[in-house]
Design a protein around this ligand. Structure first.
Ligand code: ADP
Ligand code: MG
Length: 724
């Protein structure tokens, strides 16, 4: 058996299992070996069934049989039952309301049951216990009581995976094992007391004791972070080595520009602007992350950077002096069309006193300011015309969505790239924009996602950081309330008062309209379309209600946003209530909208909830956020309560991280980290160690030419190891 062998050719595998493996992206023997358990069950805690007594909370281990579902109490409550048998006896299991549990178990399979022992007419039984599959071949020995639990997916049980991995581990010869080269240098393993790759693989799947599992997981977690760090540190190194336009704008001029803003900059904004100006002046490309809560005023900082760049002339190296024609250019990338459009409009305001051409490019069309006919307004232009003007350097500021990074968009003197809400963009996309020119453009990334320090160090290890850690003066704290189904009515009354006073309301729903096939109809989350109808009919009949979601055509979206847009006091609004999906999450700016309802809040992450809430902290109106939860579980309410108590987004992020258990794959979805990687993120020491080691390595050998395994590994996107 070899690591490269296809599983399908190695084992007999059912078609449903093949599909399941595909979903997990497992094809080869090696892939399976690198599929790690999320946690471990412990047999040491197991009690013999014959020893069970009424009132015990106990764990038993045995074979399950007699599974059936029925209805109890005059057929109103769905229930299921079964019997679990071990070598000493048997005990009945009853589940009320959880009939599906019985359906997930297979007759005759081995299970672990944990719960309280009840008694009815002298007969002991488990009522609503926790139950999970355990490996059939697992036998408890004195020294060995842990069994691994793998994430299950339809068609593939943890048990099956364990079975196959055990086989692989016992069949694979030493020679084959030795082919897998350890990607972590030996000296690093030594420094941090980490086991080598082979030992770690054995430990992680078949730990003899808890410490084995722990140290193996620690090793793989370190490995993941170490390789992310290597990639980032290499990028940082390359960035810093390359040439950039030197933009030396006098601070007095910068201050003249910022004095035109209709507000006074906060100290944090001023500091960030100073950082940016120093970077632009340095001759090396800026690579800076501007992190600040929603509404903290990042756009003003970005606009100031754009000002400095677009009023500077390119240096003509042939002539050895500044060119007299053409401007340095900026590409400003926003995550949605709505936002790109909004930025386009605010930039027109900021720059209309200057002779600077600004253009907008999105999937649905192109615009240019100023228009030839109307010097105060913009005009629609064709894409080919726009591309021509961008290529000739006539357009100084190009704002857009992903459309910006297409190959056909060529700049003449691209000097600055701004990426708004940058967590939405992958590193690869960022690179794409940056690589368009020989002279590396300065890069300013902006994010409102408050992320824990460990995560920032890891994911943004290639960037310098500026924090906007204060809000503009006069902003009132958003009043956030967690609303249960019982208090819904009262919340609507409060909202109505504000609507009457002229304010506007966002209602965020988790879905657009189509039913969620994985949920029973009773627990369907609210949908934009249904909720809009319901609100109009039952709750707010005298107000105008609009809807907004990702499946609408761009022109429709734009019209809705326009109708919802209003002056600070609400003048000009045609819509009072906007029912939307989380598309409004990022950046949308309507000052008069001071109310937000978030339906099905438990479905959103805390950071996302915080962002959504940020929609209503745009002005000095008192803002309200109503968080509607369907679930009453204490974990949910605790989590949501953090929204009302945390002082800022960073605190929330730390809380979110601390609460996240292993096996909740949110890390993968949100940050591209595995569960193990997320475990590492909780450990500042480990993150710092991985970062230090990666930095040392890159300083010593920037191209990693002396470390071919590391080089190959850090250049591949896969987290899996490559074999010869
Ligand atoms: P974000 O950081 O979320 O991108 P924006 O840049 O969109 O925030 O700014 C939010 C709102 O605050 C805008 O209406 C902007 O004009 C306003 N604003 C920005 N800076 C200040 C300030 N220093 N004082 C008052 N209002 C400000
Ligand atoms: Mg913004």
């Amino acid at each position: 058996m070899r690591l490269n062998d296809n599983l399908v050719e190695t084992f007999r595998i059912l078609p449903t299992q093949i599909k399941a493996l595909k979903r997990l992206r497992i094809e080869t023997v090696g892939d399976l070996l690198f599929h790690f358990p999320t946690r471990y069950g412990d047999m040491a805690e197991v009690v013999s069934i014959s020893n069970l007594k009424k009132g015990d909370t106990a764990v038993v281990f045995g074979k399950i049989s007699g599974l059936k579902t029925s209805k109890a109490f005059r057929k109103r409550i769905p229930m299921a039952e079964g019997v679990v048998t071990d070598s000493t006896g048997k005990i009945k299991i009853v589940w009320f309301h959880q009939a599906y549990l019985a359906k997930m178990m297979a007759e005759g399979s081995n299970v672990r049951v944990e719960g309280k022992v009840s008694d009815k007419n002298g007969q002991l039984y488990f009522s609503n216990p926790k139950i999970e599959n355990t490996p059939d071949l697992f036998t408890k020995t004195k020294s060995h009581s842990l069994y691994p639990i793998y994430p299950e997916t339809r068609g593939l049980t943890s048990n099956w995976i364990y079975h196959k991995i055990k086989m692989i581990l016992s069949i694979m010869s030493k020679r084959h094992f030795d082919i897998i080269k350890d990607p972590i240098p030996e000296n690093i393993l030594k420094t941090y007391n980490l086991p080598n790759l082979k030992t770690s693989l054995i430990y992680i799947h078949t730990p003899q004791q808890e410490s084995h599992a722990q140290v193996a997981r620690k090793r793989f977690a370190f490995e993941e972070i170490f390789f992310i760090q290597l990639q980032r540190q290499r990028m940082r190194y390359e960035f810093k080595e390359s040439a950039a336009f030197t933009i030396d704008k006098k601070m007095e001029e910068v201050e003249k520009f910022t004095a035109r803003f209709p507000f006074i900059l906060t100290l944090a904004q001023k500091k960030s602007i100073e950082h940016v100006m120093a970077d632009l002046r340095s001759g090396h490309p800026m690579s800076r992350l501007l992190e600040g809560d929603v509404g903290s005023g990042k756009t003003a900082v970005a606009a100031t950077a754009v000002y400095a760049v677009s009023t500077s002339k390119p240096f003509d190296s042939a002539q050895g002096r500044l060119q007299t024609f053409g401007n340095l250019q900026t590409a400003y990338m926003a995550p949605t069309e709505i936002l790109a459009q909004q930025h386009f409009e605010s930039f027109i305001k900021y720059f209309k006193h200057l002779p600077i051409n600004i253009a907008l490019i999105t999937g649905s069309g192109c615009r240019k300011f100023p228009s030839k006919l109307n010097p105060d307004g913009f005009t629609d232009i064709s894409r080919s015309q726009l591309l021509k003007w961008v290529a000739s350097g006539e357009i100084a500021v190009l704002i857009g969505t992903h459309a910006l990074i297409q190959k056909s968009v060529k700049f003449k003197h691209l000097a600055l790239v701004i990426v708004d809400e940058q967590h939405r963009f992958g590193t690869a996309q960022r690179q794409k924009l940056v690589n368009k020119n020989e002279i590396t453009p300065h890069l300013l990334s902006m994010t409102a996602t408050p992320i824990p320090r460990t995560l920032a160090l890891t994911l943004y290890g290639d960037l310098d950081l500026s924090l906007i850690d204060e809000m503009p003066v006069g902003r009132k704290k958003i009043i956030t309330e967690i609303i249960t189904p019982e208090t819904r009515g009262r919340a609507y009354e409060q909202i109505e008062k504000e609507l009457k006073a002229g304010r506007q309301l966002y209602v965020i729903c988790p879905r657009i309209d189509e039913p969620d096939p994985t949920k029973e109809s009773a627990v369907q989350a609210k949908s934009v379309k249904e909720e809009a109808k319901r609100l109009k009919k039952e709750i707010f009949p005298e107000y105008e209600i609009g809807i907004l979601h990702g499946k609408m055509r761009p022109v429709e979206k734009e019209k809705t946003m326009l109708d919802f847009s209003a002056q600070g006091d609400g003048k000009g609004k045609k819509i009072d209530i906007l029912v939307a999906t989380s598309v409004v999450e990022v950046g949308v700016n309507v000052e008069n909208a001071s109310l937000i309802i978030i339906e099905g809040a438990e479905r959103f992450g805390l950071a996302q909830l915080h962002q959504l809430r940020g929609r209503v902290i745009r002005s000095n109106h008192q803002a309200y956020c109503y968080v509607f939860a369907e679930s009453k579980s204490s974990k949910t309410t605790d989590r949501l309560k953090a929204l009302t108590t945390a002082k800022n987004g960073f605190e929330l992020a730390e809380f979110d991280l601390a609460q996240r258990g292993a096996g909740e794959l949110s890390g993968t979805k949100q940050w591209g980290l595995s569960d193990l990687g997320m475990e590492a993120i909780k450990n500042l020491k480990m993150v710092e160690a991985a970062r230090q080691e990666a930095m040392k390595l890159i300083e010593r050998d920037p191209t990693l030419s002396q470390f071919p395994i590391i080089k190959e590994r850090s250049e591949s996107n896969s987290s899996k190891i490559h074999f010869e």
